[in-house]
Design a protein around this ligand. Structure first.
Ligand code: CTP
Length: 394
């Protein structure tokens, strides 16, 4: 998934500064990035910046041949690339692309393209809503070009509204969806993720070291595979994926239980990644606990939390349930027993020290038919393996 050649076109808007970070993130994902800039883009950020970040020569002119080939960069580049993304795409570049006008390097590339194309618009709110621009955006979509819809917020011009280019992290998150096989098309998937937090008093509580990275990777992998993803999350030490169907925070096991049961109807699968506390504080205090000077610590009484996964698996018509087992010893033995005890068709087994709080994981998938261990990989790659098996079983 991660060795794509991305041709990044940059047109002349202030959001070009975000594209510096985008190049860095795409490189970090393992892609080769070639940057092509319009002349006005080069007024905002120097081509040398993109050359240094991408490690490749930057092209700025239709017929200027920087790499010593046949002078046909405006044709050749999209033959070599897997995807052509223009980010930022100004109203002007969008209008020209929608109408097949080829009067600079970027628009020539667009007209001559052979690879799939996407644009990340960036413009003033009035320009965005302008009927001509909206007509052009519709035209791009009907021509098969992916449009990363801009966000709303404060704009460089001082106005507020829709037209802000998506952040670099959001674009880097969404771009791989364009080449991911749609194994989960039309599937609805509910995922829990992160650590729950059980309050002792208004400032203290019981939680665990789950970072939420595995759950976020799965949400991203399911979305990329075409699923409609609902995410219920506790405490996270990582960013939420972009463009989920629904995301809602539920901090304690009880609130997570309620949120899951509110959204479970009509789901095709439930992936229970959250590290849910087994116990809550029975005598939690609505006021901050004070030291009383006696030297005797307060007694914290615990009560058992509901088992969310087992409760979903026990529904009359349960969705396909995937559980996780993070064990510190006897991983496979405990995981097999957990799968049977919770009555779930698929379980992901992993070793606590190899996964919790880390960006990598080593997983074993256990289901009725087989048990498959995968080598240590990034959590994103592990999530893709889970999605592949889930799609087969669904
Ligand atoms: N789980 C859940 N609700 C709980 C506890 C766990 O939904 N109250 C889910 C987790 O999301 C995970 C699976 O059950 O998918 C296993 O969680 P884990 O904490 O490993 O197992 P427990 O059932 O808590 O058993 P133990 O603590 O004895 O290992």
């Amino acid at each position: 998934m991660n060795n794509k050649h991305i041709l990044l076109g940059i047109s002349g808007g202030i959001a070009a500064y975000k594209s510096c970070e985008l190049v860095r993130l795409l490189k970090k994902q393992g892609h080769n990035v070639t940057v092509a800039m319009s002349r006005s883009a080069a007024e905002f950020v120097a081509p040398l910046t993109f050359q240094a970040l991408s490690g490749n020569p930057v092209l700025t002119d239709t017929h200027h041949n920087e790499s010593g080939g046949n002078g046909m960069a405006h044709i050749n580049l999209t033959r070599e690339a897997d995807i052509f993304l223009i980010a930022p795409a100004t109203a002007n570049t969008i209008a020209k692309t929608a109408n097949g006008i080829a009067d600079n390097l970027l628009t020539n590339l667009a007209v001559a393209r052979k690879c799939p194309m996407a644009v990340a618009p960036a413009m003033n709110v009035e320009m965005w809503h302008n009927p001509a621009n909206q007509r052009n955006i519709k035209q791009l979509i009907s021509d098969g070009i992916t449009v990363f819809q801009p966000a709303s917020g404060e704009q460089a011009c001082g106005e507020t509204g829709v037209g802000r280019m998506l952040e670099a992290a959001e674009l880097a998150d969404l771009l791989p969806d364009l080449w991911t096989e749609k194994r989960l098309q039309n599937k609805k998937i509910l995922i829990t993720a992160g650590a729950t937090f059980e309050a002792i008093d208004p400032v203290r509580g019981i939680t665990n070291i789950s970072s939420g990275q595995m759950g976020m990777a799965l949400a991203r992998a399911c979305r990329a595979a075409g699923a409609e993803v609902t995410l219920i999350y506790g405490q996270l030490q990582t960013a939420l994926p972009a463009a989920l169907y629904h995301a809602e925070q539920a901090i304690s096991a009880d609130t997570m239980y309620q949120a899951v049961h509110k959204h479970i109807g009509g789901q095709d699968a439930f992936i229970s990644v959250a590290a849910v506390a087994d116990y809550k504080v029975k005598n939690s205090s609505s006021q901050k606990l004070k030291k009383d000077g006696s030297g005797t610590p307060p007694v914290i009484e615990l009560a058992e939390n509901p088992d969310i996964l087992a409760s979903v698996a026990a529904l009359p018509n349960p969705p396909f349930c995937v559980g996780f087992a993070a064990e510190s010893e006897n991983v496979l033995e405990y995981a097999r027993a957990k799968r049977l005890r919770k009555n779930i068709p698929m379980l992901v087994a992993n070793q606590v020290s190899q996964t919790m709080g880390k960006a990598t994981n080593q997983i074993t998938l256990i289901d009725d038919a087989q048990e498959t261990s995968f080598p240590e990989s990034s959590k994103q790659q592990a999530a893709e393996e889970i999605v592949k098996r889930l799609a087969e079983l669904l």
